[in-house]
Design a protein around this ligand. Sequence first.
Ligand code: NAD
Length: 344
Amino acid sequence: SKIRVGVNGYGTIGKRIADAVAKMPDMELVGIVKVTPDYGYLVAEQKGIPVYTIKDRIDKFKDKGFKVEGTIEDLLEQIEIIVDATPGGYGFYYKEKYYEKLINKGKLKAIYQGGEKSEVADISFNAYCNAEEALKANSIRIVSCNTTGLLRVICVLNNAFGVEKVRATIIRRAADPKEDKRGPVNSVKLNPPKIPSHHALDVKTVMPNIDIETAAVIVPTTLMHVHSVYMVLKTKVRVDEIIDELSNYNRILVIDAEKTGIDSTAKIVEAARDLLRSRYDIPELIIWKDSIYTRENELWFLQAVHQESIVVPENIDAIRGLARTDGYPDKSIKLTDSVLGIGK
Ligand code: NAD
């Protein structure tokens, strides 16, 4: 039987997870929870997705003529797994108010996003790092977009060559494309004005023993984040060995700037649009081949992260881990990639 999934919060991340769940042959999207009666309701309705809300919002939906299926409690009764994609901090609130008692009774498992503190869940998660740990968890936190990008490449290279230490500078996008109230509009802002930034700590929620420090700045763009990643490996490496290793993984795309002309986030996004990718999503971590620099044990490269979609495949795999599906994690990762067209 299919894994019965609900999604709470139908924003940037939630709507993408909902669409991905609906596409998976082994999952059923039972419904989503929305608190604001806006155009997102009409989109869900057009897609045939049942919409639930919280009790004191039902009238607000009714006032606009939007029909809801019921309350969040009604949805939680019908599902095995809730994916919480509410704004950072709300996941904790929903956990305490709604999910926890069902989780304790063995009737529900929960997935939270990176805006929550790591204590919200049994484990923090990345499919290339600690997928197996999901099999023993009843709740999982998917780390943030920047952390997901860092962990993917760190874990792959750690398995192949051993990673001694990582120093990374994160150049963050200021806002998601839909966010018309965030900035900066014309500045480079230190985020925070100290080193290390919190991203290093977030990486350690999955890899507690890694030697990593990060710095971060915010720049006026909405498209993608860019990272400058410096590593010391446990062995000497050549550029071609790094490229060979990375090419074994669908969720990392090594692109040749010289050959393709794709030397900016704008051009990555344009390529995704030309490929008719839904919402121009790029769930793969993009690494510029030309930027890969090695000397003895040192490695340095530039990578780009599409913040709106990189965590979607991780959420799908985490669902199968919580559902204890056969062949997890390898079969899950393969199925997720093939259904979402990742690496193509
Ligand atoms: P968002 O604001 O786009 O979406 C959140 C949705 O939840 C909105 O539709 C909002 O209306 C709804 N909402 C607000 N209050 C609610 C409530 N009380 N109950 C239910 N729903 C409520 O936010 P997002 O960017 O999708 O972020 C969600 C989570 O994902 C956060 O933890 C964030 O840190 C994480 N995340 C975001 C990104 C990103 O780049 N946007 C990337 C990775 C992880």
